[in-house]
Design a protein around this ligand. Structure first.
Ligand code: IMP
Ligand code: MG
Length: 179
């Protein structure tokens, strides 16, 4: 699937709104005074959010380490397969650490629940979840995010790291494809 350059996208969350929200989330994380903080973005969709959030965290005086994990629950389409698989694991131990999982969207809850359960089982001191967007419940798996950028309508969104069939990740905003 190739997305034509003239595709029209309706902006749902602008770059400016996202930047302002990132600063608020970073301040809220800093207020918790995390110990030996590890920020763990879930690739691929969270890469842009995580990069901006980390810079906002730096501005708040935080000095987290960062490691990525990659999980997959979608194929190239827009419907979740329901099965979460580990594509790439963290390299360091999380034992005794405060971990902040960062993901793009909470939808069914499967991705975050999988990641959180895994890191808790590995002995993390705390595992908190930060998502840019939270879609409406019901969830297939119950998981409550600790930090949420925005409530998102129940539509398929793209941009700011999120893709449709590997396209549109580069957009600096979150939007909906109109045509
Ligand atoms: P969950 O496991 O159903 O909560 O799925 C969350 C994951 O599905 C997110 O991390 C995204 O990668 C993907 N996803 C869910 N909704 C969308 C969407 O509207 N656009 C792009 N990716 C999505
Ligand atoms: Mg994802």
């Amino acid at each position: 699937m190739v997305i034509p350059a003239e595709t029209r996208i309706r902006v749902l969350f602008s770059a400016e709104d996202i930047a302002a929200r990132n600063r608020e989330i970073a301040a809220a994380v800093a207020a918790l005074q995390p110990v030996n903080l590890l920020v763990a973005p879930v690739l691929k969709g969270s890469f842009m959010f995580a990069a901006d959030l980390l810079r906002a965290m730096h501005a708040e005086g935080l000095a987290p380490q960062v490691e990525f994990l990659q999980l997959s629950s979608y194929g190239a389409g827009t419907a979740s397969s329901g099965q979460v698989t580990m594509v790439r694991d963290l390299e360091s131990s999380v034992a005794g650490r405060d971990v902040l999982l960062v993901d793009d969207i909470l939808e069914s809850g499967r991705t975050l629940a999988y990641a959180k359960d895994l890191l808790v089982a590995r002995g993390a001191r705390t595992v908190r979840c930060c998502v840019l967007l939270e879609k409406p419940a019901p969830r297939a798996v119950s998981v409550t995010p600790d930090f949420v950028g925005f409530s998102c309508p129940d539509v398929f969104v793209v941009g700011y790291g999120m893709d449709v069939a590997h396209s549109c990740r580069e957009l600096p905003y979150v939007g909906v494809i109109e045509s």
